[in-house]
Design a protein. Sequence first.
Length: 46
Amino acid sequence: MVKMIRWVRKTTNRGKENLRRNLSKKRKGRAANKVAKKSRRRNKNG
């Protein structure tokens, strides 16, 4: 059961990450790059 809960939590985080990425696409230039960099770091850790 614990594994199941963990898996669900992971998927919800992934959904949030996708939303964030879509938002960053709308931004142009350096701001977008900054957001992309942050999300990349987050993915590496998670």
